[in-house]
Unconditional design. Structure first.
Length: 131
C-alpha cells in the first residue's frame, strides 16, 4: 500500500508546485500612465531622444559637482583642525630625525676606521713579532 501512495504523493506535489509557481502574463503599460508622461507606444525622433539624454547628462554632472563640493566642504570642516596638528607633528618628527642623522653621521666611518686600524696593527704585529 505504501509503495503505491508514495509515487501518487510525489505526482500530486509536482502538480501543486506547477500551479503555485506558474507565472501570469503582465500587461504592458500603454499610454501615458508613467511618471514621465511618455507614451510608450509612440516612436520618438532620434534628435529628441539625444536632446533629452544631453539634458539629463548635464543635470547629472551638475548634481555630482554640487555633491562633491558639499562633501569637500564638510570634510574640510571636520578634518582641517586635525590636519594642522598632524603637519606640526610631522615637522617636529622630521627635525628630530635630522638631528639623529647628524649625531650618528660619524658612526659608520668610525667603524670602518677602527676595522682598518685593527687590521693594519694586527698585520704589523704579526710580521714584526715573528722576526
Amino acid at each position: 500500500m505504501q509503495l503505491k501512495t508514495l509515487p501518487l504523493m510525489i505526482l500530486l506535489m509536482l502538480l501543486i508546485m506547477q500551479s503555485i509557481f506558474a507565472q501570469t502574463e503582465t500587461e504592458s503599460q500603454s499610454g501615458q500612465d508613467n511618471a514621465f508622461g511618455i507614451d510608450v507606444t509612440q516612436f520618438y525622433p532620434g534628435s529628441l531622444v539625444l536632446e533629452l539624454l544631453l539634458a539629463a547628462e548635464a543635470e547629472i554632472d551638475t548634481a555630482v559637482q554640487e555633491a562633491y563640493a558639499e562633501g569637500y566642504k564638510e570634510a574640510m570642516a571636520e578634518y582641517a583642525p586635525g590636519a594642522i596638528t598632524y603637519r606640526a607633528d610631522a615637522e617636529l618628527l622630521r627635525a628630530e630625525l635630522e638631528k639623529e642623522r647628524k649625531k650618528n653621521r660619524a658612526f659608520w666611518p668610525a667603524i670602518g676606521a677602527a676595522f682598518g686600524l685593527s687590521f693594519a696593527s694586527g698585520f704589523l704585529f704579526h710580521y714584526a713579532g715573528g722576526r
